[in-house]
Each structure stands twice: as C-alpha cells, then as structure tokens.
Design a protein around this ligand. Sequence first.
Ligand SMILES: *Cc1c(COP(=O)(O)O)cnc(C)c1O
Length: 419
Amino acid sequence: MRDSIVGKLIQAETKRQKETLDLIPSENIVSKEVLQALGSVFTNKYAEGYPAARYYGGNEYADKLESLCQERALKLFRLSPKKWSVNVQPYSGSPANLAVYLALACPPKSEDGKVPTPKIMGMQLDMGGHLTHGHSVSATGKFWTAVRYGVGKETELLDYNAIRRMAKKEKPKIIIAGFTAYPRLIDFKKFRSIADEVDAYLLVDMSHFAGLVAGSAYPSPFPYADIVTTTTHKSLRGPRGAMIFANRESKIAAKNKIDIAKAIDRAVFPGLQGGPHLNQIAALAVSLKEATEPSFKKYAHQIVKNARTLAVELKKLGWRVISGGTDTHLLLVDVAERGIGGKDASILLEKSGIISNYNTIPYDHRPPMNPSGIRLGTPALTTRGMKENEMKKIVTLINAVLVEKKNVSKEVHALCAKF
Ligand SMILES: *Cc1c(COP(=O)(O)O)cnc(C)c1O
C-alpha cells in the first residue's frame, strides 16, 4: 500500500487480532473471500432503488448481485419468498431498526407537540437490551415514546408475566425481543401471544444470535415474528451490515391495512438511506453462502459448547455467572462480587491480551462506566478453531489475571500461535 501510514495501521491491527484472544461476543473473523468482495469494484457504483427499479444506469450486475443476496438470505433461514421479503440494504443494525420503527410506527407530524408519539417497548439497556430499542440517548428514544422491561431480580431471566402486564398497560405499537447481553433462550411464542393480545407488531432483533439460528443452534424467531432484523457481522460472520425480514402474512399488518414488505423497503430507501453499499452486499452474499454449508452448522453448535464450557469452568472457580449459565454464544460474569470493577477487570485482562468488554449486570448497583460485570463470547475464538480444551485453559488464564493478578501474556501468545 502506497499510503504507508494507513498500511502500517492495518498491519498492526492484523497482528493485534492474531496475537490476542477476542472474547467480545459481537465480533468475529470473516473469510478472505468476504474481505475480497468488500474490497471489490462494487464500491464504485451507485444503485439507489431496488433491483430493476434503480435511479441510475449501469446496474445490470448490481441488480443480479442484490437479487442473489436476497435469495441466499431467504434460503439460509429456510424462508419462502412468498411468505417473507428481505431487504439487504441497511448500512448497519442501528439504521435497520430505525427503518422498522419508521415503517410501522411513523411519528405523526405535530406543530404543537401535543400529538403523542407512537410507543415502542423493548428491553432496558442495563438489563441486556440495545440502545436502538428505545434508550433515551438514542434517536429511537427521542422520536418514539419508549417503555422498557427488564429481567426478574431473583431469576435474572425474562419474566413473561411482567412483560405481558406492561404491554397491556402501555399498548405499544411494536414489541421488541432480542438482546445484546441476555445469555438465555427467548420464548418467541410467548412474545407472539403477548403481541397478539395488544395488537402490537413483534420485532425480533436477532443481531447477536443470527449465526446460531442459521446453524440451528438456537430457536428460530421466524415462525412467530412480524419483522426480524439482524446485523450481519456478529455470529453470522459476514461483513458489517444488516438485513430486515418482513412477514408478508403478518396478521397485524393486515389489520392495519399496510403492505409490510413495501413499507420496510420504502423506509430504508428513500426513507433513511441513499445508495446501497454494493460492495457490502457482495460480501454479504458470499458470507450467506458460507453459512449454508454443513461446516457452519458445526461451527454454530461449537460456539454454544464453548460458551457453556466457559460458564461451567468459571463457576467451578467460584465466579458468579449471571442467570447461572448460558444457552448461547455469550455469558456475563459478576466480577464485582469478587471485589473488582468490570472496567478494571477488562483493562487487566487486556494487559495480558485477553479482550473482553465491561457490562452492566441486571440491577447493577455500580455506575455503567465501571459496572459489575464483564461480557464474554465465543464466536471469534470458535472461528479460529478453538474448542472446549482451549476454553478451559482460557478460564484458568482469566482466573490467574483477576485473582492472582498475574500477567499471562506469554501463555496467551502461545495459545494464539496455535490457532
Ligand atoms: C449490534 C446490535 C445492533 C446495532 O448494530 P450496529 O451495526 O452496531 O449499528 C442492534 N441491535 C442489537 C440487538 C445488536 O446486538
């Protein structure tokens, strides 16, 4: 690369990724083919609109590419194009969720601010929800009235009775399920029945666990949801980006007399975005094909086995794991209980090359800047080929850092060199 400054940064980042253990649950490592497609000449092209309905010339191959990507997305999740549409243009997960709210709960124009804005209902950020599920600092919490549920204090699990009570009282237009720090299965059927009781749309944001759904290692939300959004760069192992699936047979959409697929497409473009990032769509198409291969199914199951091993081994060494374990790719560890802040723990671990992130735990009594927990996940390490034995080793390393205050860089290096 002629730009040696950026070139050196890329080299340094490559080295960092090789020589550290990435336990951030929302990160992964894409294939060379995905990188190639991302760096392809499709980045040069404008294609505002949708296949066969563009506002620019020269889109013969762009049309083929986007249609192929849509076909692969539906095929991966075993969906019929008659029943489901998919939009592959969202730049990332946050604009994808914004597009859904815009499509299905568009705020009314109001000169005097007296018309109440439509209500959305999602999980609180500090219990495991996402900013874009209505947090006050997010546009989704400013343009919409947001009500937010949590988990039970004792169980640290979703309390469906409490969620039902809140839905009945608040009558939201959209109920959101799908989280960033919830380690357990979600009962999509129960969410469906709650949404039906109050005539709300059910949006499942499967950003974190989409790869597990693709590999049949986590229940599919598709039999129950009106809309499914997902990022493409987490457990799904594609480029950064997002997709929105819309259920053409949504009963609530029929009741509201809206064409749900069309509403989503119009909200993405021209509602929110301009031209799609075709290079990103090319890379997504490549990764979707990779995810339909039998090896991906094995990968998805290994992710969960690895996360379970982390949880079991940490518990053996006396660490409290939120909700007692995990059914997914991630877990939350209460480090404050052992006298160390989440941020402090994360910084100590990084000094030895173990990369995690600090996170609030349910009903956290500490501030979000140095909360009680760390969040650990296994998609990236599983991509490198690590299995249960390596997870056991990693737990002993984490324990050595946090309890014995040891620096284990050497051991981390040696482990990374093997994978
Ligand atoms: C990551 C994530 C998002 C946002 O995705 P970005 O690509 O970071 O904008 C939205 N919802 C959930 C549940 C997520 O985990």
